[in-house]
Design a protein around this ligand. Structure first.
Ligand SMILES: [Cu+2]
Length: 85
C-alpha cells in the first residue's frame, strides 16, 4: 500500500487485543511465540471486544517502510504493514 493509506483494525472476537507498533522477533518455530518485542510508541491501542466502543482502530501511515506491530497479551499475534513510497 502507498504512503497516506489509512489502515483500520477491527476486533472480530469477544476478547480484547492490542495494536501495538514496534519491532518483534525471535519467533519460536514450533510454538509461534515471539521472544522479543520493542514498542516504538508510534501507536498503541487497546481494542475492546467485538461490538463494544473502541473495538476498532485506524492509523494513517505517512512513512514508507516496514512497520511491525503486535498484540501485547498474545505472543503469537505478530504482523507488519509494508508502506511503499
Ligand atoms: Cu491479541
Amino acid at each position: 500500500m502507498k504512503v497516506g493509506t489509512t489502515v483500520t483494525w477491527q476486533n472480530g472476537e469477544t476478547i480484547g487485543h492490542t495494536v501495538t507498533s514496534g519491532a518483534w522477533g525471535e519467533v519460536n518455530e514450533s510454538t509461534g511465540l515471539r521472544g522479543t518485542q520493542t514498542p516504538d510508541g508510534r501507536f498503541d491501542h487497546a481494542l475492546a471486544p467485538k461490538g463494544q466502543p473502541g473495538d476498532s482502530f485506524s492509523y494513517t501511515f505517512t512513512e514508507p517502510g516496514e512497520h511491525p506491530y503486535n498484540c501485547q497479551p498474545h505472543l503469537t499475534m505478530n504482523a507488519s504493514v509494508t508502506v511503499e513510497p
